[in-house]
Design a protein around this ligand. Structure first.
Ligand SMILES: CC(C)(COP(=O)(O)OP(=O)(O)OC[C@H]1O[C@@H](n2cnc3c(N)ncnc32)[C@H](O)[C@@H]1OP(=O)(O)O)[C@@H](O)C(=O)NCCC(=O)NCCS
Length: 321
């Protein structure tokens, strides 16, 4: 019995913000951003909510499939519209997914990989026919727009995959997730809560704090470990993988992944130029682009690989339907 990735969808906010626009907010220049990250523009939500983006991506992925067949909705996000209800519960209600259990997962930028890992296990053990795994972010709401070290990197958007439990399709061949203790707090987002009459928690900064160099070093090592692990577990060689879909955080990290695998960069799906880093939504959006491109045939092997705050990392190797 396998869990196949059937279809995908994605949604981006209408507003496209070019690097040039950011030079009005912080001391930076477009060429520096392109050379150090590969990012040229990103989409930023104005009227869109996380929910509207998640639903748009899910509707595209679902097409005319029967909504009653969806038994599970997992939403990976670090920027939910609300804490309660969860984004999963909101998606379920908005889309009328009457038979689904729904909740959120926070594994930062590895969230979509963690979502697939959870969904595969739950579908097999609980006989769930179909599941939606969504990655959605409005990182613009947790970005410090005065910090040039971070505000140039992030964007908003959503991506979704429909999974199906199958007797004859192998689907996911191998999966790997791992947590690494972030002992130096290299990537954090604090929470802003109301002050209670009973404790003095001090001021909080509810936006992304990052030591870019530390995260960069972690990323290069962790994605190498994750990619090696899924190949080894499945008994598949790197050259047998038709396409790699990496987390879109920095073009130089993607290049180092290609070098590590001794594979041409052309086998790596890249959309960071026009999206920036959209955390949990990065991989499903890039996967949706790859699926739409027509470059994937039934039976092709595809690897998803990501890393993120926590610290977290993971990879999924699957066979396309
Ligand atoms: C953030 C990142 C692009 C910075 O690139 P870098 O090459 O490491 O750059 P550094 O942080 O060493 O900074 C180099 C110089 O550029 C400057 N700089 C930083 N941001 C800048 C910006 N937006 N524009 C211009 N200059 C900038 C720094 O102040 C520093 O100047 P200094 O040498 O005078 O002190 C890079 O570290 C990175 O992508 N890290 C991984 C981040 C990541 O993946 N995060 C998501 C995790 S899911």
């Amino acid at each position: 019995m396998g869990v196949a990735i059937l279809t995908t969808g994605k949604a981006l906010p209408a507003l496209k913000v070019e690097n040039q626009k950011l030079t009005e907010l912080v001391e930076t220049d477009s060429q520096w951003i392109i050379e150090r990250t590969g990012i040229e523009s990103r989409h930023i939500a104005t009227s869109e909510t996380g929910l509207s983006l998640a639903v748009a991506a899910a509707e595209e992925a679902l097409g005319d499939m029967d909504k009653a067949s969806i038994g599970l909705v997992l939403v990976a996000t670090v920027s939910p519209d609300m804490l309660v209800p969860s984004m999963g519960a909101l998606v379920k209600r908005t889309m009328g997914l009457e038979n689904a259990v729904a909740y959120d997962i926070n594994a930062a930028c590895s969230g979509f990989i963690y979502g697939l890992w959870n969904a595969e296990a739950l579908m097999k053990t609980h006989d769930i026919k179909r599941a939606l795994v969504i990655g959605v972010e409005r990182l613009s709401r947790i970005t410090n727009w005065e910090d040039r070290g971070t505000c140039i990197l992030f964007g908003d958007g959503a991506g979704c995959a429909v999974l199906e439990l199958s007797d004859d399709k192998p689907g996911i061949l191998s999966s790997f997730i791992k947590n690494y203790d972030d002992v130096s707090n290299s990537l954090t987002v604090d929470m802003q809560y109301l002050q209670t009459p009973f404790a003095d928690d001090g001021p909080k900064e509810p936006y992304i704090h990052m030591n870019g160099t530390q995260v960069f070093r972690f990323a290069v090592g962790a994605i190498g470990e994750a990619m090696d692990a899924v190949l080894r577990n499945a008994g598949v060689r790197a050259d047998e993988v038709k396409y790699y879909v990496p987390h879109q955080a920095n073009m130089r990290i993607i290049q180092s992944a290609a070098q590590r695998m001794k594979q041409p960069l052309e086998k790596f799906q890249v959309n960071i130029q026009t999206t920036g880093n959209v955390s949990a939504a990065s991989i499903p959006m890039a996967l949706a682009d790859l699926m739409k491109s027509g470059k994937i045939q039934s039976g092709d092997k595809v690897m998803l690989v990501g890393f993120g705050g926590g610290l977290t990392a993971g990879a999924i190797l699957f066979e396309a339907v």
